[in-house]
Design a protein around this ligand. Structure first.
Ligand code: TRP
Length: 348
């Protein structure tokens, strides 16, 4: 894999693009899966974050209010974790018409059968219970996501592992466009997936998700964090502190592995838990302290930005304007390279 810290400072910065659907608060799963990487990348790369409200509509067309409300919330979550608008451009997808037009072009370079085979889409269709009534926009959102990624000519996409098939699909489209154009008008993108895989929910289920009610939002109050840790799934057979317990599949240990930097101490605790004599409460207190310490500064920053929504709006407006120019430039290049249209650019 490309070493992110390998690029000499004189070389032009490589580009990073990622996005989030504004459908609810971002949580620890987002932090571990992607936001943490974005914080590092904004120091060394040209980074764009897309609040993907158009994509959110593909399964929320019945609830546009929710989508609109959450645009500002997602922006606040970004600022809260430390995304710096001086280093990272935050843009609103629905205000970038070039992405919609790229989507329309790309739809001709992908088959319905390929979209139906996409593992991410298959899983999501099942989770949403669409049955045979799949909104066409939903089936095609991987094509729109290819437009997001290529519209910014992104080299890297920091995402959770569930998104990997979407990057693959993007690169298939890129190769087809480039072949048709006879020139590499678009770069292929590489997914940056954290080595730990996805963070499970506090209930031990495979995925942390707002809809499963097993997540810890980055905007959580101290009480909410305390409660979430208290009801966290451990070893159901570990009834007394003196009993030997199981570490594997025990969420407190899974989370300590991610959020506790003192590796030696965590290993010591695992051994003690296995041997018997270490209670769940002791461990949960330790984990709670780590999570409170991680989230407290985020909550403070969030509250500070939330007091000035006009400022957050202007961050979004300026970022979107910059993104508009970049994506329009890409669209013009793709149109010209394909050679289909009388006018190379949409502004003849
Ligand atoms: N599909 C992503 C999600 O559900 C959001 C997203 C939209 C995205 N556009 C993107 C991610 C482009 C990476 C790149 O979280």
């Amino acid at each position: 894999m490309h070493d992110l810290h390998d690029t000499p400072s004189s070389a032009p910065r490589l580009t990073v693009l990622t996005g989030d659907r504004p459908t609810g608060p971002l949580h620890l799963g987002h932090y571990v899966g992607s936001l943490k990487t974005r914080l590092e990348l904004q120091e060394t790369h040209t980074q764009y974050l897309l609040v993907a409200d158009t994509q959110a509509l593909t399964d929320n067309a019945h609830d546009p209010d929710k989508v609109r409300r959450n645009v500002l919330e997602v922006a606040l979550d970004y600022l809260a974790v430390g995304i710096d608008p001086g280093k990272t451009t935050i843009a609103v997808q629905s205000a970038l018409p070039a992405l919609a037009e790229l989507t329309l072009l790309y739809l001709n370079f992908v088959t319905v059968a390929r979209l139906e085979r996409n593992p991410t889409i298959k899983e999501e269709i099942q989770a949403r219970g669409f049955g045979r009534d799949i909104p066409a926009g939903f089936l095609c959102y991987p094509v729109a996501q290819a437009a997001d990624i290529t519209g910014f000519k992104a080299h890297f996409v920091p995402v959770g592992e569930d998104q990997a098939p979407l990057i693959e699909q993007t690169n298939e489209i890129v190769r087809r466009i480039n072949r048709q154009a006879g020139v590499d008008v678009l770069p292929e993108a590489q997914a940056l997936i954290p080595t730990m895989g996805r963070l499970p929910g506090v209930d031990g289920k495979a995925k942390m998700s707002k809809s499963q009610n097993n997540s810890i939002a980055l905007s959580s109050s101290p009480d909410v964090i305390r409660e979430a840790v208290k009801r966290m799934y451990t070893d159901p057979n570990h009834l007394r502190a003196s009993d030997p317990g199981t570490v594997e599949g025990n969420m407190v240990f899974t989370y300590l592995d991610v959020f506790d930097d003192d590796r030696t101490e965590v290993e010591r605790l695992k051994a003690a838990y296995r041997a018997g004599g270490l209670g769940d409460m002791t461990l949960k207190h330790r984990l709670e302290d780590k999570l409170q310490a991680l989230i407290a500064p985020m909550r403070e920053r969030r509250e500070r930005f939330a007091r000035d929504p006009a400022h957050v709006f202007s961050v979004l407006r300026e970022g979107t304007q910059r993104a508009k120019a970049v994506t329009q430039q890409t669209l013009d290049e793709v149109r010209a390279a394909l050679g289909t249209f009388l006018f190379d650019s949409v502004s003849p």
